[in-house]
Structure formats: C-alpha cells, structure tokens
Design a protein around this ligand. Structure first.
Ligand SMILES: Cc1ncc(COP(=O)(O)O)c(C=O)c1O
Length: 384
C-alpha cells in the first residue's frame, strides 16, 4: 500500500511538473550564476554539471579561426542556407547533400519536424526516462499524447526493442528515441535500431536523436543509413560531442523526401557565421575529438568508481559524459539545492521520467579538478 501511495505521489508530482509552463523543463539554470548580462562569464567557481555540455574545449583549430577573425565574423552575414556546412557534413560524414538539413542546433530542426511533419493530436512513443522536449512538443504544442516505454533501474536502465514495440499501436505517428539516452546513457546498437525499423509500420516515423552518439562511436550511428528509409530521421547536435553548444549547430539526416518537407521551413541565415565556421572546422578535426572523448571516458570511469565508494550513493554506468546517481538516503531536491549553494550544479532528472521520483541526480563529468570538488561536496552531504 505504501508503495502504491509513493507511486501516486511521484506520478502526481511529475504531471504537475510537466504542466507547469509553456516551455519544457531543462537543466542548465547554472548559466544564471554568470549573470544574465554575462558579467561573470568565465568564472572558474561555477561547476555546470546540470547540463550535458562537453567538459573539454572545441578543437584548437576552431577557436583559432574564430579568434583571428572575430570582428569580421561579427559584422558579416553568413551563407544563406549554410551551403558550405552542408558540403562539409556530406564530405566528412559520407552523407549525400540531398539527405541533409541544417539548423540552429538540433532543437531548431526538432521544432520544424514536429510542427510540419506531424499533425495536431499526434501520438508519440518515447522512452522513460528520456530528454523531455519530445514529450513537450507532443503534449503542449501539438495537443497530442505520449506513450512511454519504461527503462528501469533494476537492469541499469537498459533499453529493449521489445518494450518499444509493445508501446506502439496503429495510431502511433512517431517513435522518438534518444540514443544514447539522456539521462541514462544507455543505448540501442545499430542492428537493434535496424530491427526496430523492420518491425514498425512504414507510416510511423522513427526519430533517432543522436546528440550523444560521439560517445559510443560512429559505427553505431544511423546517420548514413537514413537515406534508405522514408520513415527514419536522424537528428545530430554539434553542441555536445563537438563542444559547440554556444553557437547552435545541428543537422538532420533523412530520406530526400523528408528533407524536402522540412528544409523549406528552416529560415535563411538560421546559423550565423560563428556557427557555420565552427561547425566546419570541428568536422575537419575529427581526430582531436576522438582522442578527447576517449580521455573523457577514462576520467568518468574513475569519477564513477569514486562516487560509488561514498556511502548511500549508487552511480549507474553510462556510455555518455553524464550518469545517474541513486540517492539511497536522501532526496534529489535537497542534494541539488545543497550543492547549488556551493556553486556546484547537478540535474534533478525527475521531469524526464514518470518513475525516477526524487531519488536520482544526473551528474555531467567535468575536468579531474572539478570532479574532485563535486566529490568532496557530495561527501559533505548529511543523509536525511
Ligand atoms: C537528447 C538531446 N537532444 C537535443 C538536445 C539539444 O541540442 P542542441 O543544442 O543541438 O539544440 C539536447 C540538449 O541537451 C539533448 O540532450
């Protein structure tokens, strides 16, 4: 009975949370610590582990080009439809230009897709837990409904194709999967995604959001195969893997009929000079990112094992640069607020799930020095 009431309260809190505003809830309020006018920008004191941005800098070649041409880049309009960026994506990722659409971050393209490919009252299947924007787009923008395929802590939040298939019906318009998933860092391999595609109706879209694909490797990406299916859309963010969150660059890879339908709604100059240049230079310096991601994963392995040694904290493995920690004797809001008072920001992921409740925090791995600070703050927290 107690369990039933606990579940009821968690579900109620979750729905109140999701209904609480016109925008989806995200992490990242730590940006406010730098001042709304950026007056404290660059302060080393603030740890932004509440967003899943990279802990490393963009490739040196990116920053060097921007440093050398800042004033010119500020003053000039960019290419109208980012033709150079599309060409570079095509050459470096092996995707035909007709299968690529680019936008101001993958969020920009996500909104265009939902508003133009889908209808009012759309039926969406998502993972649970998962990045909340797809649920928000379905329920609050399109007045539609969401079915959630649950991943549970007992098996480390593993995603199962069967659970997704069990959640779809003839009414499902779109299945959205964040792969690897945010906030769990679990993923389906390419062959499992192909299996899913083989089982779903041809008129049901499958949107695979690969914002964190860089952490599992390109061989698991569907971006090159998207041209082969009329119902597959692969969304790529350049914010995370390429450490370009501030300049807003993303792209979609899909069948040319899908690209034609969405690209006409993407505005001219949708990506400015800084974003176009940074995106191009980042894609041309892939080796740097391969090495830095591998180093980040080593740092994270050590960080997770150190957190696991703190009493009453249980970290979960993750393929991404963030991971969930279960609080055995605490409450996520209490931990989040206590850390925030020390300028260490972590995410309470409860708005991303119907069942995580207030028992988990999501931490994004930082530099070794910053991780030590997070560790010592976690050690200081008294159990409730
Ligand atoms: C799964 C997922 N998709 C998309 C985004 C947004 O990415 P972008 O910066 O490309 O808009 C995020 C940001 O956190 C994310 O976690």
């Amino acid at each position: 009975m107690r369990k039933f009431y606990k579940h009821l309260i968690i579900t109620y809190n979750y729905f109140m949370f999701m209904m609480s505003g016109k925008h989806c809830l995200h992490g990242g309020s730590s940006i406010n610590a730098f001042g709304g006018d950026f007056s404290s920008v660059g302060s080393k004191d603030v740890i932004r582990s509440d967003v899943a941005d990279a802990s490393y800098d963009p490739a040196p070649e990116v920053s060097e080009m921007i440093r050398n041409h800042t004033t010119w880049l500020l003053r000039n309009s960019s290419q109208i439809h980012s033709e150079g960026l599309i060409e570079t994506i095509s050459n470096t990722r092996g995707i035909e230009k007709e299968n690529i659409a680019v936008g101001g971050g993958s969020s920009n393209i996500m909104y265009v897709i939902f508003q133009n490919l889908l209808k009012i009252g759309t039926n969406t299947v998502t993972l649970d837990p998962m990045y909340g924007e797809y649920q928000h787009l379905t329920e609050n923008i399109l007045n539609g409904s969401v079915k959630r395929a649950k991943q549970v802590k007992d098996n480390g939040f593993k995603i199962k194709v069967g659970d997704i298939l069990d959640s779809i019906s003839s009414k499902t318009d779109i299945i959205t999967i964040v792969n690897p998933n945010n906030p769990t860092g679990q993923y389906l391999g390419k062959t499992e995604i192909e299996k899913l595609l083989g089982e779903i109706p041809e008129n049901t879209y499958l949107l695979v959001d690969e914002a964190y694909n860089g952490y599992i490797g390109k061989k698991e990406s569907m971006e090159k195969s998207a041209s082969e299916y009329e119902n597959l859309i692969v969304l790529k963010s350049m914010s995370k893997e390429y450490a370009l969150s501030g300049v807003r660059v993303g792209y979609a890879s899909a069948h040319k009929n899908v690209i034609n339908k969405i690209s006409k709604f993407l505005p001219p100059w949708g990506i400015g000079t800084f974003g176009q240049l940074a995106g191009i230079m980042a894609l041309k310096n892939e080796d740097y990112y391969t090495k830095i991601i591998s180093k980040t994963k080593d740092i994270q392995r050590k960080f997770i094992s150190e957190i696991g040694r703190i009493e009453n904290l249980k970290p979960y493995d993750s393929a991404c640069n963030f991971f969930l920690v279960e609080l055995m004797k605490n409450d996520a809001e209490n931990v989040r607020k206590t850390l925030a008072s020390k300028n260490v920001f972590v995410r309470n992921p409860r708005s991303q799930s119907t069942h995580l409740g207030n028992d988990f925090i999501r931490i994004t791995t930082q530099s070794e020095e910053q991780n030590s600070r997070i560790l010592s703050c976690l050690k200081d927290i008294k159990p409730l």
